[in-house]
Design a protein around this ligand. Structure first.
Ligand code: ADE
Length: 360
C-alpha cells in the first residue's frame, strides 16, 4: 500500500505516522508514505497556495491550480490504474471499518487535506473520487483525519500486524464489539479474572467471548446490534440444509460494472465466487422467464441457485420461481418487493458478502 498525502503541512504527516506499528511496516516496505507539499506546486514566488474567497466571507480558500498540479504529479508517478483521491472533509461519507476494509485493498491512495475555509470547488470536481469525514465535528484541517484513516487502513493491510488473526476477530467484525480482555494478576483490586478464562477449555472460552461481545454490543451500541441481528437473520434464511447448498449464482448483467470501473462490492463478490469455485451466470434477458430459462438450460435445481437482481422486474421474476434472491436496486428509489433477501444500497452488499461466505 502506497499513501500519498497532499498537504500544506507535510511535517505533520511525517512526524505523526512514522512511529510504532506503521513505522515498522514502512521500514519493511509493506506500506509507504509520501507527504507532498502542495506549496511545491504553486507558481507564486512566496509559495502562496491560498487566496480570498469570491463573494467575501471569513478565511482563505486553497487555490485550484497548486492542488491540481500536485495531484497530477502524484497520479503521474503511480504505475497502473489511477488512484482514488480521498478528500478529507466533514461533508463526506463517515469513515468506518467497512470503508477501511475496502480501501485497504487498494494499491495506492491519495489523501487531499484541506485547510482554512476549504479548497476551490472546481479542482475538487476535477480530481476527488471520495469525500470522507471522520465524524460529525469540525477540525482545523484534514491532516489528522488523513492520519486516522491511514492508521485504520494500514492495520488491515496483510502483514502489517504481526498476528493477522488479531485484525480479523476484533471490534466491528460481524458488527460486534470486542470481548473484554484480562491479564495478570489473577486477582486485582479484589476483582478476579472470569473463571472460564482459566479453564483451558478453548470451546468454552470462545463461546464466552462471543456472548460477551454480543452483550456489550447490545448495551453500548444498539445500532450495531441491530445490524448484527439483521445479518444473523439473513444467514439463517440462506443457510439452508446441505441439499440446498448454493451451487450457482445468476446475476443481472446490468449489475456488473462495465469497462475498468472499479467497484468494491464487485471485486469482493468476484473474489467470493472464485474462492468457492461457484459458476457465475449473467442474465442478459428481461421478462418473467429470464431465470427459469437459464435454470432449465443449465439443468440446475432452483434450490441451488442464488439470484442477484437490480430491478423490480428481476426481483418479481425471481419471486415467481421462488428463487433465493438478493435485490440491489440500481435505482435507489425503488420499493422493496416483499419476501426477498434484500439490501437497499450496493455498499451494504460488502457486509452481505460476509454472510454469503458462510453459504457453501
Ligand atoms: N476536516 C475538518 N474536519 C474534518 C472531519 N471531521 N473529517 C474529515 N475532515 C475534516
Amino acid at each position: 500500500m502506497n499513501y500519498h498525502v497532499l498537504t500544506l503541512f507535510p511535517e505533520m504527516i511525517e512526524q505523526g505516522l512514522h512511529t510504532s506499528i506503521l513505522g515498522r511496516a514502512m521500514e519493511k516496505g509493506i506500506i509507504s508514505l509520501k507527504a507532498v507539499d502542495i506549496r511545491d506546486y504553486t507558481e507564486d514566488k512566496h509559495r502562496k497556495a491560498d487566496d480570498y474567497p469570491y463573494g467575501g466571507g471569513a478565511g482563505m480558500v486553497m487555490q485550484a491550480e497548486p492542488v491540481f498540479r500536485a495531484c497530477q504529479a502524484v497520479q503521474g508517478s503511480i504505475k497502473g490504474k489511477k488512484a482514488r483521491v480521498i478528500y478529507t472533509t466533514p461533508q463526506g461519507r463517515v469513515f468506518d471499518q467497512m470503508l477501511a476494509e475496502e480501501l485497504s485493498r487498494e494499491e495506492d491512495l491519495i489523501f487531499l487535506c484541506g485547510h482554512y475555509e476549504g479548497i476551490d470547488e472546481r479542482v475538487l470536481e476535477e480530481v476527488v473520487t471520495d469525500y470522507v469525514s471522520i465524524g460529525d465535528y469540525v477540525l482545523t484541517g484534514g491532516e489528522l483525519p488523513a492520519m486516522v484513516m491511514i492508521d485504520a487502513i494500514s492495520r488491515l493491510v496483510p502483514k502489517v500486524l504481526s498476528n493477522e488473526a488479531s485484525a480479523e476477530f476484533e471490534t466491528f467484525h460481524d458488527n460486534l464489539l470486542e470481548y473484554p480482555q484480562y491479564s495478570r494478576p489473577e486477582v486485582w483490586n479484589g476483582k478476579p479474572v472470569p473463571k472460564v478464562l482459566l479453564s483451558g477449555n478453548h470451546d468454552r472460552i470462545e463461546d464466552w467471548r462471543r456472548e460477551q461481545s454480543i452483550l456489550r454490543t447490545k448495551l453500548h451500541r444498539p445500532d450495531l446490534y441491530e445490524e448484527y441481528q439483521k445479518n444473523q437473520e439473513i444467514a439463517k434464511k440462506i443457510k439452508k440444509p446441505a441439499k440446498n447448498r448454493l451451487k450457482t449464482i445468476i446475476i443481472d448483467k446490468a449489475l456488473a460494472p462495465e469497462g475498468d470501473f472499479q467497484s468494491p462490492w464487485w471485486n469482493e463478490f468476484q473474489e467470493f465466487i472464485q474462492e468457492r469455485g461457484l459458476p457465475l451466470i449473467f442474465a442478459a434477458e428481461t421478462g418473467i422467464e429470464r431465470y427459469r430459462r437459464i435454470i432449465q438450460e443449465e439443468k440446475l435445481k432452483r434450490q441451488e441457485v442464488l439470484v442477484f437482481t437490480g430491478t423490480v422486474e428481476g426481483a418479481l421474476a425471481a419471486r415467481e420461481d421462488k428463487l433465493r434472491t438478493i435485490y440491489l436496486p440500481i435505482d435507489e428509489e425503488e420499493q422493496e418487493p416483499k419476501g426477498l433477501i434484500y439490501y437497499r444500497k450496493i455498499s451494504d452488499l460488502l457486509e452481505g458478502i460476509s454472510v454469503l461466505r458462510s453459504l457453501t
